[in-house]
Design a protein. Structure first.
Length: 344
C-alpha cells in the first residue's frame, strides 16, 4: 500500500480536472428549443450546484453527481475526499442528503481491487458521518482511476438556496480556507510535508453540513460551494447570475498554512491557468500571487454565502458557532467596471 501513488495516474488532481468554465459553457449551450418542465425548480441555466425538483407538499428533491481523478495517493483518503466533495453540492443548495451511490472507474491492470476497496471504504465512512447509506453504484474498467458519488437530497422548497439570488448590499462569507489545489500539486511533485498533507485532508473531508441550517435562514440570499473553478470562478457565478458586482478584501481570505511557500516552488495546478483564461477578463487589477490563490481549483472547498447586510440573530449565532470569515460584499454592477474587484 505504501508504494502505491494514485496521483501518478491523475492528469488533473481532484476538482482540478474539471473542464474549464469557458469550455463547459460551450458544451452546455443548448442549440435547440428548450422543453419546459414546470416542476424542475433548478436546472443548469445558472450553473448551480445541483438540480432541484418539486415533489409537492412544499418538498423538493435535490440531485447531483461529482467525480474526479485522485487528488491524494492514499486510497482511503481519496474516497473520503471524493465523498465529502459530492455531498457538498446538496449542502450548498440548503438540502439534507438522503442517500448516495458510487461512480467507480478503475484500471484493473494497473491497480488492485483491494486498493479500490479502500477507496469505497473511505467514501462509506464519510457517508456514515453524514447519516446516509452508500446504497450502490456502478463501476467500469478504465485507463485511469476516477471516483465519486451521485447524491440524492431533500429540502423544503422554501429552504432551497441558489447561486443566482443575491442582492446588492449582501455581505460575503467563506467557511473554509483556500489552497487545496496548490497543496495537492505540491504532493504530486513530492514537496508536501506530512503536516501540511494532514491539514489539507482535514479540510477536504470536513462536511459542509452547516448548509442545512443556512438553508433555513431567510437572510441568506445565495449560496454555493467553492470547487474546481476557484473562489473567483464561483463568486463570478453568483455575480453573473444575480446581475451584481463584488468587492473582495484579499487580506481577509483564509488560506491553508504554508500555501505561499508552495507557490514559490511553482506548485501551480494547470486548472489555475485554465480558470484564469476563462474568466480573467472579468476580474479587476490583481497580482500574480493573488491570481494563483484566487483561481486555485479547490476540492471539497467551503461554502460561499451571500447574506443580508443586517443578517439577523439566527445567522449571527451560526456564524459564532462555525467561525465563518467575511471576505467582501456585493453591489450594483457599473458598465465598464470589472465584475469582481480585488482590494488589498
Amino acid at each position: 500500500m505504501n508504494e502505491i501513488r494514485l496521483t501518478q495516474f491523475s492528469p488533473g488532481a481532484g476538482c482540478g480536472c474539471k473542464i474549464a468554465p469557458a469550455e463547459l459553457e460551450k458544451i452546455l449551450r443548448d442549440k435547440h428549443s428548450r422543453q419546459t418542465f414546470t416542476k424542475l425548480l433548478v436546472g443548469n441555466e445558472t450553473k448551480d450546484d445541483a438540480a432541484v425538483y418539486d415533489i409537492g407538499n412544499g418538498q423538493a428533491i435535490i440531485s447531483t453527481t461529482d467525480f474526479f481523478t485522485p487528488i491524494v495517493d492514499d486510497p482511503h483518503d481519496f474516497g473520503k475526499i471524493a465523498a465529502a466533495n459530492a455531498l457538498s453540492d446538496v449542502y450548498a443548495m440548503g438540502g439534507d442528503p438522503l442517500m448516495a451511490i458510487s461512480i467507480l472507474g478503475w484500471p484493473l491492470e494497473k491497480l488492485s481491487t483491494e486498493t479500490a476497496g479502500y477507496v469505497l471504504e473511505g467514501a462509506r465512512e464519510i457517508c456514515l458521518e453524514a447519516g446516509i447509506p452508500l446504497a450502490g453504484g456502478h463501476s467500469i474498467d478504465i485507463s485511469d482511476p476516477v471516483f465519486g458519488l451521485a447524491v440524492t437530497g431533500i429540502a423544503s422548497t422554501s429552504s432551497i438556496k441558489r447561486n443566482s439570488t443575491a442582492s446588492a448590499g449582501c455581505r460575503l462569507f467563506l467557511s473554509k480556507p483556500i489552497g487545496t489545489g496548490i497543496l495537492s500539486t505540491a504532493g504530486k511533485k513530492g514537496f508536501l510535508t506530512d503536516d501540511d498533507y494532514r491539514l489539507s485532508v482535514h479540510w477536504m473531508t470536513k462536511l459542509n453540513t452547516m448548509g442545512i441550517e443556512l438553508g433555513k435562514i431567510a437572510s441568506v440570499r445565495a449560496m454555493t460551494d467553492v470547487t474546481g473553478f476557484g473562489l473567483l470562478g464561483h463568486l463570478l457565478e453568483i455575480c453573473e447570475g444575480s446581475g451584481l458586482a463584488a468587492v473582495v478584501e484579499f487580506a481577509r481570505i483564509p488560506m491553508l498554512d504554508n500555501v505561499k511557500h508552495y507557490i514559490e516552488k511553482n506548485c501551480i495546478p494547470g486548472g489555475t491557468y485554465r480558470n484564469w483564461k476563462s474568466y480573467g477578463s472579468s476580474i479587476g487589477s490583481i497580482d500574480e500571487i493573488q491570481k494563483y490563490l484566487l483561481a486555485d481549483p479547490q476540492t471539497s472547498g467551503g461554502l460561499l454565502i451571500a447574506v443580508d447586510r443586517e443578517p439577523g440573530d439566527e445567522f449571527l449565532a451560526l456564524n459564532k458557532k462555525n467561525r465563518l470569515v467575511e471576505i467582501g460584499m456585493l453591489g450594483k454592477r457599473k458598465p465598464g467596471e470589472p465584475v469582481i474587484d480585488i482590494k488589498d
